[in-house]
Design a protein around this ligand. Sequence first.
Ligand code: FES
Ligand SMILES: [Fe+2]
Length: 415
Amino acid sequence: MTLRAEVNERLTRVGPGTPAGKMLRRYWQPIAAASELDDKPVRKVRVLGEDLVLYRDAVGEFGLLAEQCPHRLASLNYGIPEAGGLRCPYHGWLFDRTGQCLEQPNEPENSTFHRRIRTAAYPVQELGGLLFAYLGPGEPPLLPRFDVLVQEGGYRSVGTAVLPCNWLQIMENSVDPVHAEWLHGKYFDYIQHGFGQEALDLFAGRPHHVEIGFDVFEYGIIKRRVLEGGSREDEAWAVGHPLIFPNLLKVGGGGVSEFQYRVPVDDTHTLHIWYTLYEPPGGVPTPQTVVPHFRVPYKDENDEFIVDFIPGQDIMAWVTQGSVTDRTREHLGQTDKGVILFRRLLQEQIQLVERDEDPLGTVRDPDHNVRIDLPLEKDKFLSGEHALKELKGKHARYNPHYDDIVRLFGQTASA
Ligand code: FES
Ligand SMILES: [Fe+2]
């Protein structure tokens, strides 16, 4: 079963007016950590193929405007945030966060010209230290208050990387449980043992997937698995964890919960966000005031993928599939049934949006949005050496606060 080229285009392209682009615009998308505006309150962002400028104005309100000033197209990335909006550095036109031009300082005093000038603008909301934007039409739905974002206490961090590939192949990885057995299991063993044949002996000890299952639910797809020696009674099957439609994955296990957002920058680039909540058994002594941001590297100085940590292994696989995977050349097997289900769901939801209906998981009722809990296995309790191994094998190793996180779990980084 392969996809026709036109279906591949339909599912992957994200620009304004494209089928998937219109569907993705019906969801609030995270575009930055709020703390990324701490050093400089104006930042250029590219989202769904649109060049935009994100800013925090002088009274702390966030705005998102088209990058180019409608006067003579200079970049508002160099703009000056004021109490009422963002002022263009070139001739001082001032825009509020709805995109309305408020002032044109050098036009005649009684001119009404500014009233007829408006630039593209999108609403921005902060939640849990992330900034979300709504690029869709009409009345925006509510920004879903998912558990990991609104959970009290704990220690949070935001890691990001811009990856040179289309968003969909990254999301398809989230409905492909079997890859963990190979990419993060056997392949990991192979490289950790110096690419030597002796690693092959270790392969026998890796748990094999005996069953995988997928259920569509209110917010996306719940993934389930039974590993060799286990049963459907195990949380890995009975609870599972979700792909939150269309571009979010929730993962983790006792002590760590993580949202992985895959926000299309354009057709061939994706902003990957690891939003991680650490809840160590003893709690977090000092409440966080700022959720820190850090970059996650994925290539080394020789331009090779960094494959000795789990996210780096995934990134190697996603990027090497091609900038937009050519799905006409695939050969899908039984274990790709999650991928097939997700593609079907995408097709359905794109059609709903074409009929101007709200797609899956749209939240409009405030009573349903106090806190939205999503399933997650809890039996992978992080303690002792296992905690340390887990943290070292993840993006946390690039977190400048890595040692603090390790200490929270009662370990020392040198252990
Ligand atoms: S180009 Fe922005 S004010 Fe002239
Ligand atoms: Fe993976």
